[in-house]
Design a protein around this ligand. Structure first.
Ligand code: NAD
Ligand code: SIN
Length: 463
C-alpha cells in the first residue's frame, strides 16, 4: 500500500508538501508508460525534440520565481540562491544541445558514418541539494537523445519536481516521455527492480556504491553515478591572504556546506602566513549571516534537524580522533536544522575519510608543498579540489599531482560550469561524468564503414 509523506521546510518547520509515495505497482506502471512512448519519442526528429526543450527553457524562465520558492521551501536555500538554481535549469538547455551535437549526434565522412541511439527508459534519482538543477541535468540530455525518463526526486524535496513536470507539459513534451514518481528509498528500490535501461543517479557515495553492487553483472543497464567528495583546498604563498580567506570561506560554506563540490579540508602552511589565513577565515565565520527565505543572508539551515544532528555527531567523531576545535559547529533555532559553521584543526588527528555534507571545515597545517599534495590526495574520493597560489609553476604541479575531476586555480571549488564535464575518480563516481559529458551516457554509438556498392573486400592468402 502506498504511504503518505511530507516535505517540511527546515527553516520554519511548516509542512510545504504532502502526498503519496509510489508503491511497486505504481512504479512498474510508470516504467511501462515510459516504455510505450519510447519508440515514438526516439523517432521524433531531433529538431522537434530540441524545439520542445527550448520551449521548456522559456517556461522555466517564466516560472522562475515559483521554482525558486519551491526549492527554498523544501530545503531551506535562501531565495537568492534558489533563483540562481532556477536560472541554471533554463541555461542547461543550450549547453545540452551543444553537447548533444558535439559529443554525440550524427556524423559522417569519407567511407564512414557515426550515429547515436538512445538506451530506452532511464530512471533518474535526484539529490536534495539542487533538487531542480541536478535531476534536470540528467533529464534534459536524456530526452534530447531520445530516451524516455522516470524521475524520482529526493523525498526531502518533492515540490519542484511537480513544477518541472508542469513546465515540460506546457512546453509540449508528449505525455509519457517524462514521468514522475514521488517517494523515498522504497519507491527508489522499486525503480531499481523495474525494467529500466539506465539509472542516472546523483547522491551520496554510500547510495551510489550500493547501486554499483546492485547492478553488478548487468552491463546492459547504463549506470551513471555522480557521488560526493572529501574535497581538498590548498592555500600556498604567494597569494593575497584576504582573497584566499574569501575563496576558502565560499568553498566550504556556500549552501550551508551542502554542495558536493564544497571544500571539506583546507591545507595551509604551518607558520605565520597560515595563521593569518585561519584568523581571516574566523573573522568571516563570526560575521556570517544565517537565515531563511527572502532574508538577505548568506546561509540557510541544513536540510533537516537529522542532518544537523549528523553534522554535530561527525564533529564529535573528529574530536574523538584527535581534532582540536577552532570554532564549534553549533545548532541553534527552533527547528533544529540551523547550524553555525565550524572549523577544526585535524593536523595531528587520525583522519576520517568521509564526506560531511555540512559547514564544518577541517584544517591541516603542512610543512611543505609535497606534504600538502600528499595530504590533499589522502582520500578515497576525487571530486573537487583547488589551489590558491599566485605562482603558475605551482599550479602546473597541482594540475599534475592533485586527484580531482574538478580542479580550480584561485577560484572556489564550488560553482560548476555546465559547459564542462563534472565528475571525478575514486568514490566520487563510476567514470561517467555529468554536465557537458552527460550526452555520452545518454546514447550509444553506431559506427559504420560504408561503401555505396557491394565490392569484394581485400583478402590476403586466398588463391
Ligand atoms: P542520497 O544518496 O541520500 O539520495 C539520493 C537519491 O537516492 C534520493 O532520491 C534517494 O531517495 C535515493 N535513494 C537513497 N537510497 C536509496 C536506496 N537504497 N534505493 C533507492 N533509492 C535510494 O543523497 P542526498 O542526501 O539526497 O544528496 C546529497 C549527496 O549527493 C551528497 O553526498 C553529495 O555529495 C551528492 N551530490 C553529488 C553531486 C555530483 O554531481 N557528484 C551533486 C550533488 C550532490
Ligand atoms: C553540486 O552539484 O552539489 C555543486 C555544484 C556546484 O558547486 O556548482
Amino acid at each position: 500500500m502506498s504511504e503518505t509523506f511530507q516535505s517540511i521546510n527546515p527553516a520554519t518547520g511548516d509542512i510545504v508538501w504532502e502526498g503519496q509515495a509510489a508503491d511497486e505497482e505504481a512504479v512498474n506502471a510508470t516504467v511501462a508508460t515510459g516504455r510505450s512512448v519510447f519508440e515514438s519519442w526516439r523517432r521524433t526528429d531531433i529538431s522537434d525534440r530540441e524545439a520542445i526543450l527550448k520551449r521548456y527553457a522559456e517556461v522555466v524562465t517564466e516560472q522562475k520565481e515559483q521554482i525558486a520558492k519551491a526549492i527554498s521551501d523544501d530545503m531551506g536555500k535562501p531565495m537568492w540562491e534558489a533563483r540562481t538554481e532556477a536560472g541554471a535549469m533554463a541555461a542547461k538547455i543550450g549547453h545540452s544541445i551543444n553537447a548533444y551535437h558535439e559529443r554525440t549526434g550524427d556524423k559522417s565522412g569519407d567511407g564512414f558514418s557515426l550515429s547515436h541511439r538512445p538506451h530506452g527508459v532511464m530512471a533518474v534519482l535526484g539529490p536534495f541539494n539542487f533538487p531542480g538543477h541536478l535531476p534536470n541535468g540528467h533529464i534534459v540530455p536524456s530526452l534530447l537523445a531520445g530516451n524516455t525518463v522516470v524521475f524520482k526526486p529526493s523525498e526531502l524535496t518533492p515540490s519542484v519536481a511537480e513544477i518541472m513536470m508542469d513546465c515540460f507539459a506546457k512546453a509540449g513534451l508528449p505525455e509519457g516521455a517524462l514521468n514522475l514518481v514521488q517517494g523515498g528509498r522504497e519507491t527508489g528500490g522499486a525503480l531499481l527492480e523495474a525494467e529500466i535501461d539506465g539509472l542516472l543517479f546523483t547522491g551520496s557515495a554510500k547510495t551510489g556504491t550500493f547501486f554499483h553492487k546492485y547492478f553488478g553483472g548487468r552491463p546492459e543497464v547504463m549506470l551513471a553515478l555522480e557521488m560526493g567528495g572529501n574535497n581538498p583546498l590548498i592555500i600556498h604563498e604567494p597569494c593575497d591572504v584576504q582573497a584566499a580567506a574569501d575563496i576558502a570561506f565560499m568553498s566550504a560554506f556556500i549552501t550551508t556546506g551542502q554542495r558536493c563540490s564544497c571544500s571539506r579540508r583546507l591545507i595551509v602552511p604551518a607558520g605565520e602566513f597560515g595563521d593569518q589565513v585561519i584568523a581571516e577565515l574566523m573573522a568571516r565565520i563570526e560575521d556570517v549571516t544565517i537565515g531563511q527565505g527572502e532574508d538577505n543572508v548568506f546561509m540557510g539551515p541544513l536540510v533537516s534537524a537529522e542532518a544537523a544532528e549528523a553534522a554535530v555527531d561527525f564533529q564529535t567523531a573528529l574530536v574523538a580522533s584527535g581534532g582540536k576545535l577552532i570554532t564549534e559547529l553549533e545548532r541553534f533555532g527552533q527547528t533544529g536544522a540551523f547550524v553555525k559553521p565550524g572549523l577544526i584543526d585535524m593536523t595531528k588527528a587520525v583522519s576520517i575519510d568521509e564526506e560531511l555534507f555540512g559547514p564544518l571545515l577541517q584544517i591541516y597545517r603542512s610543512g611543505n608543498l609535497d606534504a600538502a599534495f600528499a595530504r590533499a590526495n589522502d582520500t578515497r574520493f576525487g571530486l573537487a579540489g583547488g589551489l590558491v597560489c599566485d605562482d603558475e609553476h605551482i599550479w602546473a604541479q597541482a594540475q599534475s599531482e592533485m586527484k580531482a575531476g574538478i580542479l580550480n586555480w584561485n577560484r572556489p571549488t564550488t560553482g560548476a560550469a555546465s559547459s564542462l564535464p563534472f565528475g571525478g575518480p575514486g568514490l566520487s563516481g563510476n567514470h561517467r561524468p555529468s554536465a557537458y559529458y552527460a550526452a555520452d551516457y545518454c546514447a550509444w554509438p553506431v559506427a559504420s564503414q560504408l561503401s555505396p556498392k557491394a565490392a569484394p573486400p581485400a583478402m590476403v592468402g586466398m588463391k
